[in-house]
Design a binder for this molecule. Sequence first.
Ligand SMILES: [Zn+2]
Ligand SMILES: [Zn+2]
Length: 168
Amino acid sequence: MKYDLTSFFDGDEYAYKLEGEIYEVPALDSGHIIDPIKYNGKIYKVDGSSELHVDIQYKYEDECSRCLKPTTRVYNTVLSGKLMTNKGKYNDEDESEEIIFYEDGHLNLEEYIWSHVVSSLPMKTLCSNDCKGLCPNCGIDLNYQSCNCMGNTIDPRLEKLKELFPKK
Ligand SMILES: [Zn+2]
Ligand SMILES: [Zn+2]
């Protein structure tokens, strides 16, 4: 979705509404995003420049990193930054703020939302915070069954260590 901002920049309105759903989602190395990505936000005119603030919501499916069960969760993230045109003239004046570029009055918001979603993906997915995971020895799902490999009381610190050395 490309937004034509020319009449907003020329006009008197101080805010421009951005809202929609994106059905084309980026391919990922691990897991996948389930469409649509939803977004809702505004561009504001502030002191002669423009600021963008967009709330983003997406669904992400990945394997639980402990028990490998496919797990889908909803995540929220915020894309915000300063709108600027003309990449060439930009000279790192204010590095603390994200810069969002537009060209000839047109903003390709979808691209920014994609890259923001990809960079906000969780490092690991858990089906639940107290998922017991798989037994590192026999592979049984300890959420549903128990085994006698290590006795039934595994020191959680030991379990962590086992995760570092996956079985062959
Ligand atoms: Zn799990
Ligand atoms: Zn076992």
